[in-house]
Design a protein around this ligand. Sequence first.
Ligand SMILES: Cc1cc2nc3c(=O)[nH]c(=O)nc-3n(C[C@H](O)[C@H](O)[C@H](O)COP(=O)(O)O)c2cc1C
Length: 383
Amino acid sequence: MKVALGIGCDRGTPLSTLERAVDEALAMAGLQRGQVTGVGSITLKADEPGLLALAAQAGWPLHFYPATQLAEVVVPHPSETVRRHTGTPSVSEAAALLAAGTTEASALWVEKHRLRGDDGRNATVSVARVEPRAATPPLTANADPDRRFTAAEREAVQSLMQVRRDMRHFTAGAQVAEDVRARLQAALLAAPSVGLMQPLRVLRITAPALRDRLAAAVDEERMRTAQAMGSRAAEFLALKVEGVRECAELWALVLAPDDGTLFGRRTLASEMAWCSAGAAVQNLWLTARAEHLGLGWVSLFEPGDLHTLLALPAGAVPLGLLCIGPVDRFYPVPMLVQEGWRQKRPATALFAENSWDPTWCDGAASPGTLPSVSLSPCPVSFT
Ligand SMILES: Cc1cc2nc3c(=O)[nH]c(=O)nc-3n(C[C@H](O)[C@H](O)[C@H](O)COP(=O)(O)O)c2cc1C
């Protein structure tokens, strides 16, 4: 049995009080220090000397979570006083769960052990079980194929689609719990694809140096795009178009070298592979939003740069960088609308019956040159 600890404490709590609180909490569960895999706390405590000393002395990795992320975790003992002081109703319980890689409150082994030290400083310790990694992600099993969704569930699906947003602002220093990552993975596996070819591959970027290089490649393309924007260059540069450096999770999307699937793609082979990848990302996008995580698709890069940085094989095509993670707040409308970059088309501009609506192509300005696009654009100039 492996466990993770969550610790909350007053400012200046000495090492001896923290040690006592931890040892008592472990003893309550019949556990030893050697079973602890790590310690979680709130970002506010990232410079707390006693906590840093405790972790260093025991050799425990420390994970600090922002208040917004801790506040998302449903815990048995939320506290209004703790919320007033820290911005989250729980530090130790929520941090223990996140450090254990879960948000399931049932994983708490010791919910909340409080100790007031001889010096009057308080420490709170929670202990959460670290579940062994599941071989297959949850949610894939036991789904009833004939399941009928209730009116409330249908409403939830509709509202999920309305509040899904492409996000570029992320909570710095936040993380995504392992069970949530597993649910994102399950969403990818459930996606439709042409001829069931499943062309999308995802590389989770965990090496900080690689993330930096990918961010630099995006910056370079952002400048090249601005140059190509003409009169809207300055306006474009003022927009935030990616959150590569600050998002909790960075996933590179790659279209696998073509496996030759013919079913459904004799005529539009590469387009159908791309569409399949897009459908898979939409599953991820909605799942992320349901998990209260932001997701931003970044397509500003030179494909050759990512091909090299990710050491992709011949025939593999980088499709995007997905920025995923907790956000402070979701944009109420698409950020491009919010910033006055562009308006959304109304329904009448998207749906017609039986034949093409001639008003759809009456924009009249000269087409921009879009390299790499084999479609003929409508004679409407968009930036
Ligand atoms: C394939 C694809 C690539 C995208 N690339 C970027 C990008 O590089 N930077 C960016 O800011 N938004 C990007 N977006 C997000 C769109 O700008 C966004 O979906 C659109 O403005 C509508 O906003 P919403 O998703 O919040 O409804 C991309 C979206 C898609 C589907």
